[in-house]
Design a protein around this ligand. Structure first.
Ligand SMILES: Cc1ncc(COP(=O)(O)O)c(C=O)c1O
Length: 405
């Protein structure tokens, strides 16, 4: 491990001040454990915000990435990239879809999905295509994905936002049906199967089936943002698979490269040929290092039965939290599936993030009142029990304090 480093001032003098950061820096990780520059140890309940699928320093991933770095990091999409075909084929096998485009981040995958929907509409002669989006959704911070996002706080100051995103509440099929009756410009429905940033809000199985049915009847694209909830986190490869449906467009990122930036738009036959040469592109997307990270992540996940682990350890974690917090006044709900869990409190609880870190647990607070756990999918039952042992007393102590006005 490195010797303790002196941290810069917080906020750092030269890094743009876009995050309220804790006064600590992580220097080293193994499995689900991290150490900061002062040598303090943390249990990772955050996974770099649902990114570090295989935890830190994974003994199978690290040598594969080292091998790839030594061979070739980046070439260009001017040339064939065999690893792209390998990763695309694997994603298609796992999803039952047919083609993938590679990019580097979640917002980029979603931006591409929005472009696909618009072009799909134009190809059908709809001049002003519109995409149904959701209250409390989060799709990214570019202007198009921000316009699709349903959080006025993150949109504030960036108007004018894009038109063409009629918004509905989650799990209210009547709201989608009413738009179907009144708006002939709709070409797609775009939602997260589990809203992550919005507070771990789960689309019900009946709702997903009903939206799929409506999209089929109307010739709309069903676009499921699985950037946060996908890739094994719920215990299936993709969260929508619990509903036995398939999307037409599925943006992915976060966990796909286990920490190396990899994004993808995976499409079924209705959407796979909407883009042709020249319609979309990226410099970094699909480069050999990113593709190797994706291929190896999926390979190791299969080999090590990571989906089963996420389902089992996630269920144990949820049960442990439910048991520990049963009857505690101020806990509204514990929800989520597998290793994407949220504990909603009745009041804003942002300070739990810092208090948990002090107690040796990394997590996040989202939608003001929801403590979110999205740990590496290699979390063990014992580590889940340790999360419960740290978090339950912390939440109880927080709720026992008088609310700040
Ligand atoms: C569901 C969802 N979509 C898109 C994004 C944006 O991804 P990125 O930060 O990689 O641009 C996020 C990020 O939190 C997300 O949770």
């Amino acid at each position: 491990m490195n010797a303790p480093e002196k941290l810069p001032a917080n906020p750092a003098p030269h890094v743009m001040n876009t995050y309220g950061r804790l006064p600590m820096a992580l220097a080293y990780g193994r499995g689900c454990w991290l150490w900061d520059t002062a040598g303090k140890k943390y249990l990772d309940g955050l996974g770099g915000i649902a990114v570090n699928t295989l935890g830190h320093g994974h003994p199978k991933l690290v040598p594969a990435l080292q091998d790839q770095v030594a061979k070739l990091i980046h070439s260009s999409n001017y040339y064939q990239v065999p690893l792209q075909e390998q990763l695309a084929a694997k994603l298609c096998e796992l999803s039952g879809l047919s083609n993938a485009f590679f990019c580097s981040t979640g917002l980029e995958a979603n931006e591409g999905a929005i472009k696909i929907a618009r072009k799909y509409g134009h190809d059908k002669g709809i001049e002003k295509p519109e995409i149904i989006v959701y209250e409390k959704a989060f799709h990214g911070r570019s202007i198009a994905t921000l316009s699709a996002t349903g959080n006025p706080k993150v949109q504030a100051g960036f108007g004018p936002l894009l038109e063409g995103f009629p918004r509905v509440p989650l799990n209210d099929i009547g709201a989608v049906e009413r738009l179907a009756q009144t708006n002939p410009n709709i070409v797609a429905v775009f939602l997260e199967v589990i809203q992550g940033e919005g507070g771990i809000n789960v689309a019900t199985i009946e709702y997903l089936k009903a939206v799929r049915r409506l999209c089929d009847e109307r010739g709309w694209l069903l676009m499921l943002d699985e950037v946060q909830c996908g890739l094994g986190r719920t215990g299936k490869w993709f969260a929508h698979q619990w509903a036995g449906i398939k999307p037409d467009v599925m943006p992915l990122a976060k966990g796909l490269g286990s920490g190396v930036p990899v994004g993808a738009i995976v499409c079924g036959p209705k959407a796979a040929n909407v883009f042709g040469p020249g319609n979309h592109g990226t410099t970094f997307g699909g480069n050999p290092l990113a593709m190797r990270a994706g291929v190896e992540t999926l390979r190791i996940m299969e080999e090590d039965h990571i989906l089963e682990n996420a389902a089992q350890v996630g269920a144990a974690l949820k049960e442990g939290l439910a048991r520990g917090l049963a009857g505690v006044k101020g806990v509204t709900e514990i929800r989520g599936q597998g290793l994407i869990l949220g504990i909603e409190l009745e009041r804003p609880c942002g300070e739990i993030l810092g208090r948990a870190a002090e107690a040796g647990l990394l997590l996040s607070v989202t939608a003001d009142k929801v403590v979110r756990l999205v740990p590496p999918l290699i979390l063990t039952a014992d580590e889940a029990a340790q999360i419960v042992a740290i978090l339950v007393p912390l939440i109880k102590a927080f709720l026992a304090e008088p609310a700040k006005s």
